[in-house]
Design a protein around this ligand. Structure first.
Ligand code: CP
Ligand code: NVA
Length: 303
């Protein structure tokens, strides 16, 4: 049966650890030989209606190094932009390709693709979720801290797609996550309702509230793709949520700073933090490649 990856909870906790094991193997293997052709003969499409640097390039390189063929389809150049339905598109693509990685606005669109296609569908970001991102994020924490046990994550900023996937992932993996965000930009109730271990998720409007004992301090842009019209208003509301030296005065020495990138330097984070000794943002970005390779191997039952 085909497996989709539309949300982090499409995997079990054990499966996530299995993917981490595959990730470690592939990351080591790549140092010796980049080509590991377990997806030979498979074609995987990337259908993107929003911009991307990391997700697109890491998936294209992952597919190439696993011996497969990737086909980039920008949203505007497919017939979907002229009104062809997702159902018809999914049924047609099912006759040609073996998988589809989708970046779009509505979560319902990726769900619809998954419903009508006979291949694995991977969510490469919607307005609601960014599961591929947090797979790499939890792997990065695991790699840097050696464990996910007794880890405390503090997320500061917008209760957006990345924040939602971090909450659901933390819930699944049994990690405490604390969110500091303005009243108007709290995580969605729809997401919070899905949390099983309510005691693991705390939310507060005070940006300083969860700094002291944090092992991970995470932020994301205040203006996600699609929010551009609200940029000026958001900039004012989020001002006190900037991750800067003053906010981080009382941190543990060995906390790690994370950001999914792209960063708006000088907005949600100051240069001296993102470029500082606690920052792991480029290792985190690199891990997108390794975890997505492992995810593909897992979904196609290779390794
Ligand atoms: N973090 C992330 O998804 O980056 P891109 O938008 O560049 O793909
Ligand atoms: N929250 C951001 C993440 C970008 C990777 C956005 O949706 O634009």
């Amino acid at each position: 049966m085909k497996r989709d990856f539309l949300r982090i909870k499409d995997l079990t906790r054990d499966e996530i650890y299995k993917i981490f094991d595959i990730t470690k193997k592939l990351k080591n293997q790549r140092k010796k030989n980049r080509i590991f052709p377990v997806l030979k003969g498979l074609s995987i499409g990337l259908l993107f209606t929003k911009p991307s640097t990391r997700t697109r390039v890491s998936f294209e390189v992952a597919i190439y190094e696993l011996g497969g063929n990737s086909i980039y389809l920008s949203g505007e150049t497919t017939q979907i932009s002229r009104g062809e339905t997702v159902k018809d598109t999914a049924k047609v693509l099912s006759r040609y390709i073996d998988g589809l990685i989708i970046r779009t606005y509505e979560q319902e669109e990726v769900e619809e693709f998954a419903k009508w296609s006979n291949f694995p569908v991977i969510n490469a970001l919607t307005d609601l979720l960014h599961p591929c991102q947090v797979l790499a994020d939890f792997f990065t924490i695991y790699e840097k801290k050696g464990t996910l046990k007794n880890i405390k994550i503090t997320y500061i900023g917008d209760g957006n797609n990345v924040c939602h996937s971090l909450i659901l992932g933390a819930d699944l993996l049994g990690i405490e996550i604390r969110i500091s965000c303005p009243e108007k930009y709290m995580p969605s109730e729809k997401i919070l309702k899905q949390v099983e271990n309510k005691n693991l998720v705390k939310i507060d409007t005070n940006p300083e509230r969860f700094i002291q004992d944090a092992d991970v301090i995470y932020t994301d842009t205040w203006v996600s793709m699609g929010d551009e019209k609200e940029a000026e208003e958001r900039k004012k509301i989020f001002k006190s949520y900037q991750v800067n030296r003053k906010l981080l005065e009382s941190t543990k020495k060995d906390f790690i700073f994370m950001h999914c990138l792209p960063a708006h330097r000088g907005w949600e984070v100051e240069d001296e933090i993102i470029d500082g000794k606690n920052s792991v943002v480029f290792d985190q970005a690199e891990n997108r490649l390794h975890t997505q390779k492992a995810l593909l191997c897992f979904l196609y039952h290779k390794l």
